[in-house]
Design a protein around this ligand. Structure first.
Ligand code: GLC
Length: 749
């Protein structure tokens, strides 16, 4: 047999051996194999993430840096990009990396798909008001499907920052004030984004953010200092992140804030001791935009190199847009300030996700122009986001049953600048979607043709045009339209007023010192009410608002948040009774901003109750209680709770209650269970949500609802960070909100 033939046979044999071993090699073996071939520079490249050249979601890069990016991508010095939009662009960037760099390692492409890519669901705070975990998971699934169809394989969501402060603009992005509800929602969103097979081309990496305690920024001012104790950290802040980790989330994002004196990006306790140590997290941590650089601004690093050293040693695996890792890690490794083993650990975590996504098999598997065309704004997605939008609406008040509106024979006035706004319902995190794609309330109400509909916007909410990143200039002095609006209201049978916040008055960088209706809206509301008492107030906002005047005077109020693409249809279907609202508040509404932070799971204190004189915990000018409590929401029907029974067996407690629909319409109720551990080694909240069940009841129907409490629900972390269940008496309450219901007690031996 001649030499050539032997050589050819050898090559074929080696190819098949290689193929065989590649096929049956584990992902970790593939990661190790690839890592062993990488130079230090190439490893560092995987830890470097750049934003694209438009759509910045942070301080924009300089021109020089933009040029550097192209060279670095081709040189294999970029592991990921964010804000690259669409299949064509992503394919172009991926080719730059894969076809020019020595090892051709694919990049992963990320975007802030917070509540949808093009087809938008309600903002996350609104979705959380649905208490419908299945619908919330489906909403994330749709977001992932559209994002993946657009070439993306990683979203910077879900945000799971518990917050008790409505002044903070980013409450719109989370699940509200409660760790139990927030944990279940975080896990549901992770499942929705990641699905059950990351190698599928319609699943994407999720990202648990912002780690940690960003929602506790002092005074509700974004990016501000956070200083909280271990009990709050372990019992309130961390549970949603732990739930996300247990749900298999593949990435975390650390937060801009310092926590107890340590910038989170440089916090080894958070990232290595808790996340990667105690919880065994095997994914990777990305910094938030430039937060590596900001370690020096916080005052915990004296140079770029020092900030880099702190971030890497603390377990921050990928650097978003500070350029510090790609500029400084090599020198720090060579000088021994960073062990190369730490670089290897970070790079293995990053490479592992790329293997899991299947990008090494096909770097362009997410780039399918046909799929991009068919999946974006798909009808099925529109139906699903309409469903979750309706479920997110909370009925706050409905005196004299002004709602639902009759479908014919009435003159209905629709008033307010937000009534025909097709952008604000999309919220502030609509960076991937398109302007004016929301169904406005006016359009939704026009779909009902039985009444005479009169529309008058009244004074503008903002002065001038607003683009995505601009400040919103609230109109405080131009009253044009006010007179016409009042005249329109005067001879109507009922007035629907759509008031609240502009879409960019909440979200990142948009904290407020007031929580009232901005601009001239309160004046308009009172002027309209003066001529027509039949007012339905529809709130469109990204945070709890202090609407005490409205709560006292306006007969009917619905909380409609920012409901996404199908907003107007959802609101109209609730107003006209085609959908019976069942939402429950995921965050307390204050009477006034002076009460903030205000939340239901507060502590008893040593002076909770009125004393003969002033020496008890209260204000001299306002009640302690919220305007509307956590878990609160009405229905067009009514519910009654009875027969609450509790059975204790060791550290397991079985609870049963009967709920009856005592009204004339079918409706859903979120049955909520709260406990209080009366006496413990660390003081416990006066109430903690530990179970809920959303049930549908026909008119007159009764249903038994059961819960089981285990150590997981009965226990808490003590100040030694140990999870404990301590014996003693517990109060237990079951009802339709956190303020009232049936109560009993039980004892754990
Ligand atoms: C922003 C946000 C973060 C977002 C990131 C990328 O500053 O804090 O939530 O994912 O930058 O846009």
């Amino acid at each position: 047999m001649n030499q050539t033939l032997i050589l050819v046979l050898n090559c074929i044999f080696l190819f098949f051996i290689n193929e065989l071993t590649a096929q049956d090699m584990s992902i970790d073996q593939k990661v190790d194999g690839l890592l062993s071939k990488m130079t230090l520079e190439e490893k560092i490249g995987q830890m470097n993430q750049y934003s694209s050249f438009y759509d910045v979601t942070g301080p924009a890069p300089s021109e020089a840096n933009a040029k550097k990016k192209y060279d670095h991508i081709k040189g294999g010095l970029v592991g990921s990009m964010l804000n690259v939009k669409g299949v064509e662009e992503i394919r172009k960037m991926q080719k730059l990396a894969v076809e020019n760099s020595r090892l051709g390692i694919p990049m992963i492409f990320a975007y802030d798909i917070i509540h949808g890519y093009k087809t938008l669901s309600p903002i996350p705070l609104a979705e959380s008001a649905s208490w419908d975990l299945e619908a919330i998971e489906k909403s994330a699934r749709i977001a992932a499907t559209e994002a993946a169809a657009a070439g993306l394989n990683w979203t910077f969501a879900p945000m799971m920052d518990v917050s008790r402060d409505a002044r903070w603009g980013r409450v719109m992005e989370g699940a509200g004030e409660d760790p139990y509800l927030g944990s279940l929602i975080a896990a549901a969103r992770v499942r929705g984004f990641q699905g059950d097979d990351l190698s599928a081309s319609n699943t994407i990496l999720a990202c648990a953010k912002h780690f940690a305690a960003y929602g506790f920024a002092e005074a509700g001012r974004d990016y501000n200092t956070v200083d909280i104790g271990l009990s709050t950290l372990y019992n309130i802040v961390l549970p949603p992140f732990k739930a996300a980790q247990e749900a298999g989330v593949r990435t975390f994002m650390n937060s801009f804030n310092e926590l107890n004196g340590i910038p989170a990006t440089a916090d080894e306790f958070l990232q290595r001791e808790i996340l990667k140590g105690e919880w065994g997290f095997e994914g990777f941590v990305v910094s938030d935009w430039g937060s590596v650089k900001e370690i020096a601004y916080h005052g915990q690093a004296e140079s770029e190199e020092h900030a880099t050293e702190r971030a890497v040693n603390a377990g921050s695996d990928m650097d978003m847009e500070s350029y510090y890792y790609v500029n400084h890690i090599k020198g720090l490794v060579e000088s021994g300030k960073i062990e190369e083993a730490k670089i290897d650990d970070a790079v293995k975590r990053i490479l592992r996700t790329k293997f899991e996504l299947g990008l090494f098999d096909d770097p362009y598997k997410y780039c399918d122009e046909e799929r991009e065309k068919t999946m974006i704004y798909h009808d099925d997605h529109m139906k699903a986001v309409l469903d979750i939008a309706k479920k997110s609406i909370v009925l706050l008040k409905n005196e004299d049953n002004l709602l639902p509106l009759p479908k014919s024979g009435k003159k209905v006035a629709l008033i307010g600048a937000l009534a025909d706004d097709k952008n604000s319902p999309l919220g502030s995190w609509r960076i991937a979607s398109d302007d004016n794609t929301a169904i406005s309330v006016l359009e939704g109400m026009k779909a009902y043709k039985g009444n005479e509909l009169l529309h008058s916007a009244g004074p503008a909410l903002v002065n001038g045009e607003v683009s995505f990143v601009m400040q919103v200039n609230i109109n405080k002095d131009d009253r044009s339209g006010m007179e016409e609006a009042v005249a329109t209201a005067k001879d109507a049978d009922v007035v629907v007023m759509v008031l609240g916040e502009h879409g960019f008055q909440s979200g990142e960088g948009r904290s407020r010192t007031k929580l009232d209706l901005p601009g001239l809206q309160q004046e308009l509301l009172e002027a309209v009410y003066a001529v027509n008492k039949n007012v339905v107030l529809v709130l469109m906002n990204g945070r709890p608002l202090a609407i005490s005047w409205a709560a006292e005077h306006i007969p009917t109020i619905i909380e409609a948040w920012q409901l996404g693409t199908q907003s107007g249809h959802a609101i109209a279907q609730v107003l006209y009774g085609d959908y019976n609202p069942a939402g429950k508040l995921p965050m307390s509404f204050p009477r006034t901003v002076g009460q903030v932070p205000i939340y239901y799971n507060n502590k008893h204190t040593g002076r909770r109750y009125p004393e003969p004189v002033v020496f008890w915990s209260h204000y001299i000018d306002e009640e302690n209680s919220p305007l509307y409590p956590f878990g609160y929401g009405l229905s067009y029907t009514t519910f009654e709770y009875k027969n609450l029974n509790v059975k204790v067996q060791g550290k397991k407690v079985d609870v049963e209650v009967t709920v009856q629909n005592t009204g004339s319409l079918a409706g859903e109720e979120v049955v909520q269970l709260y406990i209080r551990d009366r006496v413990a080694s660390v003081t416990r909240p006066v109430k903690e949500l530990k179970g809920f069940d959303k049930i549908m009841l026909q008119a007159g129907e009764s249903k038994k609802v059961s819960f089981t409490l285990t150590e997981q629900e009965l226990g808490f972390y003590n100040n030694q960070r140990k999870f404990v269940v301590e014996p003693g008496f517990f109060d237990l309450m079951v009802g339709g909100n956190s303020a009232d219901g049936l109560s009993t007690e039980f004892e754990i031996e």
